[in-house]
Design a protein around this ligand. Structure first.
Ligand code: HEM
Length: 118
């Protein structure tokens, strides 16, 4: 596979993840975070995380970069975005703030991926 393929897949994974997080945030803010309408958003969140990770490791292999600091940082941010699913369920009243936090974390991951600063 080419690096362009992995990059495109990586971005598609991020879009799926954030579509899922957006839906979960909306349910949290509606005061009913466990409503059955959460199922497609949980699926988007999970599949998006998986696609992001697989494409991320594909890009690492293609670029032969190994595991510098910026890759480790992205894996930590990825873990946080995975755990954020539980936060939306456990702290629905903080849904708006959580939505801003996950967006900032996603922005940080995208910045780090583009600029590879450390
Ligand atoms: C936390 C969620 C993440 C988001 C939102 C995210 C987003 C991005 C974006 C927007 C880019 C630049 C565009 C591109 O080249 O595709 C990028 C690059 C990259 N990401 Fe991620 N990423 C995330 C997690 C990860 C993880 C977990 C890994 C490693 C397992 C990873 C590995 C990479 C690599 C290696 C690049 C460089 C690709 C290149 O230079 O061609 N990312 N990421």
């Amino acid at each position: 596979m080419t690096i362009v393929f992995y990059d495109a897949l990586h971005v598609i994974g991020a879009l799926m993840l954030f579509a899922g997080l957006g839906g979960l945030a909306a349910l949290a803010l509606s005061g009913n975070p466990t409503h059955k309408a959460r199922v497609p958003f949980v699926a988007l969140h999970g599949i998006g995380l998986l696609v992001l990770l697989v494409a991320g490791f594909g890009a690492i292999a293609r670029l032969s970069v190994g595991f510098p600091g910026w890759v480790i940082a992205k894996i930590v941010l990825w873990l946080f975005l995975g755990a954020s699913l539980t936060l939306f369920k456990k702290k629905p009243q903080a849904g708006g703030m959580l939505l801003i936090v996950v967006l900032l974390v996603g922005l940080a991951a995208a910045f780090i991926g583009n600029y590879k600063p450390f």
